[in-house]
Design a protein around this ligand. Sequence first.
Ligand SMILES: [Ca+2]
Length: 406
Amino acid sequence: PSGTGPLGANILEIEEPAANHNGGQVLFGLDGYMYLFTGDGGKAGDPFGKFGNAQNKSVLLGKVLRIDVDGKSPDGKPYRIPLDNPFVSDTKALPEVYAYGVRNMWRCSVDRGDPVTHKGRGRIFCGDVGQNRFEEIDIIVKGGNYGWRAKEGFECYDIKLCHNSSLDDILPIFAYGHSVGKSVTGGYMYRGCESPNLNGLYIFGDFMSGRLIALQEDERTHKWKKQDICIGSTKACAFPGLISSYSKFIISFAEDEAGELYFMATSYPSAYAPHGSIYKFVDPARRAPPGKCKHKPVPVKVKSKRIPFAPLTSKWSALILLPGTTVRQFAQREWALLGPLTPPPRSLVNSVVQKPLFQLGVKIWQGIPRRPRPGQFKRRRSACGATVRRAPKGVTRKGAPLCARP
Ligand SMILES: [Ca+2]
């Protein structure tokens, strides 16, 4: 938010040289610091400056920034620099920089860690949107160089920078080509309670192709294996036929307080889409024992006005099954435990799920927010830089999209 209005104070302002690549996440790490994921400034190929913004540590664009918003700095900035930020003693770098070589990370998340061993806790996963060839998933480490514009995915983009011996970049844990999808939407590591077999799966998607993908780390080699997640109610993985069963354009993922995972999609690729759908991931092959996952949500205090939001339907359309499990004909009572689900098609009952992850997603509900009252639209700067007419979530916006995608 900008200014000193009731919505809060302006913490950090970054000049955006182009309309696109305005960043894709603001979050708090488990260390209590605020992490901001800025885009490279936009246009194509990170053209600004001698070698682009992302590799230039003296600018805030194309970075992961880390600041402490609980204090003020001596020079009057409304935040402090954490003392252990990686470039605090580098005179050629800005102290806010936590990691660099970022193109336009779209959605990052913090791993809650394994519920029993806490392994993986605190890791930050991001999807970094590619230029022309590759989309990638990264795990953010302090001081890391994520390669852009020297590299796109595992490959060279700027040959000269790519062959520079001082590049010392961190490769993605996974990258895919543009035959699979054209704009990654980072997801979450599943750490929920209701679907124990999904624990340790990093589930993300592609905005343009509508694909859902799960990554799992091999404990010995530390390599990440991919499993396609196919959605639909008939044949598994007959891409692209299956995607027709849900809104294709995956704009974001979310988790609830209990760690259950959701994704949001719209039926056309635009920030102007008037409404979308929220889907929940459910694994009916193995569920936690009844009563184990009771969770009472804590009401969230908000300063701004709440927008009333009414579910339109509560029809569940599908579910997730992991390889090696058998599709069971659930008793009606079991289905009732999951909610108003549609049972699996009869042709699949008692078949063993083969590779890859065979699955059907679950649409929990589709909602349309009520019409805004006159004057409910407030003009303000969005977190990603563009001035927008802020409308209740899901209502058609007039003006620039919140965060332009490439
Ligand atoms: Ca990279």
